[in-house]
Design a protein around this ligand. Structure first.
Ligand code: ADP
Ligand code: VHF
Length: 266
């Protein structure tokens, strides 16, 4: 089984990060059939005994559509308004789809300050543990974009998901994106690199920014996430979130996308 647990728990625990690109259509609407497919796969993993924590982007992208922005607004207040409008839309959809499968969502909106304070960090950690023990809840985490500002901002969910993976002592972090993995060239083209065991200058040079109007960070922040997860001994895999049954394939141990396995073991 690809989800072999290294933490002494009886079931594997994965943090799965869903990027804006795989949750929305080219027009910026939430992509209902695609989100349904992802929810089905997560429900399948839950039935097979996995513990899943989601980190979901898509609030700003969803809000942009509703507020009539075709391009990402520059003004922070406008971005925050998009997040305020988009986040409940996203959660409503997740709840609707998960509840059809006997599961329910639990929302956690975090800022950098929450992870920087020991008390707040431990509170978030305990809340997630409490939810996972019940079995039927899917914690869904996003940055609290409505109150975040430059100094207290993660700014991207790639790094946030790596911090979350470390917080919940996940067995693996999976980043599902609209690219199939780390590719050879920094414009997101070329062959996929299947395994990264060390982040060398050559690997860093492959990583470029996003080309999307709604996403943040591109491959640069995914490499940073791999480093954060790696320093907690957690492997990270980047894979194509639109590929058929991608989570089941990863669970069965199939080699897909790019696996970052960076040394330090827990
Ligand atoms: N070496 C690379 N391999 C794959 N994608 C890359 C690479 N360098 C830059 N990219 C870009 O990263 C982007 C994917 O990240 P991003 O748009 O932030 O997705 P997400 O919303 O899933 O986080 C794509 O636009 C792609 O062109
Ligand atoms: N917190 C933001 C997402 C930020 C982000 O990292 O986006 P992405 O690059 O699509 O994962 C939102 O919900 O729109």
């Amino acid at each position: 089984m690809g989800g072999e647990e290294r933490s002494g728990r009886s079931h594997p625990r994965w943090v799965v990060k869903l990027g804006t690109g795989i949750l929305s259509t080219a027009d910026g609407e939430l992509d209902l059939p695609q989100i349904r497919r992802l929810v089905e796969q997560i429900a399948w993993l839950k039935r097979a005994g996995w513990e899943i924590v989601l980190v979901s982007s898509g609030a700003i992208g969803s809000g942009m559509g509703l507020l009539g922005h075709r391009r990402r607004p520059a003004a922070i207040e406008e971005l925050q308004a998009c997040a305020a409008v988009g986040q409940p839309q996203l959660m409503r959809l997740y709840e609707e789809l998960f509840s059809e499968r006997g599961l329910h969502v639990a929302q956690l909106l975090l800022t950098y300050l929450d992870l920087d304070s020991r008390t707040l960090y431990e509170n978030a950690q305990k809340t997630i543990e409490h939810l996972l023990v019940r079995g039927i809840f899917i914690p869904i985490i996003n940055e609290n974009d409505v109150v975040s500002y430059e100094e207290i901002k993660f700014g991207d969910n790639d790094r946030l998901s790596a911090h979350v993976a470390s917080m919940v002592k996940a067995d693996k972090l999976i980043i599902l994106s609209n690219v199939p993995g780390l590719q050879e060239r920094n414009d997101g083209s070329g062959k996929i690199i299947p395994l990264v065991e060390e982040i060398t200058e050559e690997i860093e040079a492959m990583a470029g920014k996003t080309r999307s109007e709604r996403s943040v960070g591109g491959m640069v922040t995914k490499i940073e996430a791999a480093r954060i997860a790696g320093s907690a001994g957690i492997p990270m895999q980047i894979a194509d979130g639109r590929a058929k049954e991608i989570l089941q394939r990863i669970a069965s141990g199939e080699s897909v996308g790019t696996l970052f396995s960076l040394g330090k073991k827990r």
